[in-house]
Design a protein around this ligand. Sequence first.
Ligand SMILES: Nc1ncnc2c1ncn2[C@@H]1O[C@H](COP(=O)(O)OP(=O)(O)OP(=O)(O)O)[C@@H](O)[C@H]1O
Length: 222
Amino acid sequence: MNQSATLLEADGIWLQFGGRKILQSVYVNLQVGRITGLLGRNGCGKSCLLRSIMGLMPTETQSVRANGRYVAKAYQQPGLIRYLPQHPFVPSTLTVQAAFGWYGVDINEIADEYPTTYGFRHQKIGRLSGGEKRLTEILLVLKSATDFVLLDEPFSHLMPLQIEQVLQTIRQESTRKGILLSDHLYRHVLDLSDSIYYLTVGGRTILLNAPEQDLKDMGYIF
Ligand SMILES: Nc1ncnc2c1ncn2[C@@H]1O[C@H](COP(=O)(O)OP(=O)(O)OP(=O)(O)O)[C@@H](O)[C@H]1O
C-alpha cells in the first residue's frame, strides 16, 4: 500500500483453539491521531487479537480494512502497520544501529531523547539487558514511518523513568499515527487513551463509556 490510511478497522474476527472460543466476532477500529486502549483479564485473548489484526493468526474469519480497503496480511505492509509483540523479536546478532536501519529509522532521531539507547548503538541486541532490549524494540516500532502501531505490553521490563519517557513518545507519535495500546499498567492506558476496549473472557470487545467504573464492574480492578 502506497497511500497512507487514517482508519483501520478489524471486524468479524473469530478464533478458537481446539473448540475453545478465544475471539468471537470482535470489532476494533483505530484512527490516526488517536490512542486506543485494549484491556482484559489474563488469557482473554488480547495478544491473539493483535496477532490476528496483523494476519499472523489462523483465524476462522476476519476482515481488516484500511480506509475501507480489505487488507489480507497486514504484517506484509510495514508502511501501514507495525507491531510490538509481547516477546523479543529483533535478531540478537544485529547491532542496535542495524536494527534501526532494518526498521528504516535514523538512529540519530533518538540521540537527544534517549541518550542511553543511542549510546548502545554499536552494541549487539543480544548483549542488552531485558529493559534495554525492550526499550530499543519499542522505539523501533513507535518511530517507524507507519500509519498504525499495535503495542502489546510495552511497559513490561521498563523502569519507571523509561515508562514516563515512553508515555511521552507514544503521545508524540500519536499525532501522526493510530496507536493500539494493551498493557496491564491500566492507569497509564486510561490516562493515554482516547477510547478503551475491554475484551471479555469469551472474546467480545466492549467499548467502555465510563472506563474506571466499567473496569470495576467487570472485575478487572478493585
Ligand atoms: N497457539 C495457541 N494454541 C493454543 N492456545 C493458544 C495459542 N495461543 C494462545 N492460546 C491461548 O489463547 C488464550 C489467549 O491468549 P493471549 O496470549 O491472547 O491472552 P492475553 O489476553 O494476551 O493474556 P495476558 O494478559 O496474560 O498476556 C490463552 O488461554 C492462551 O493459552
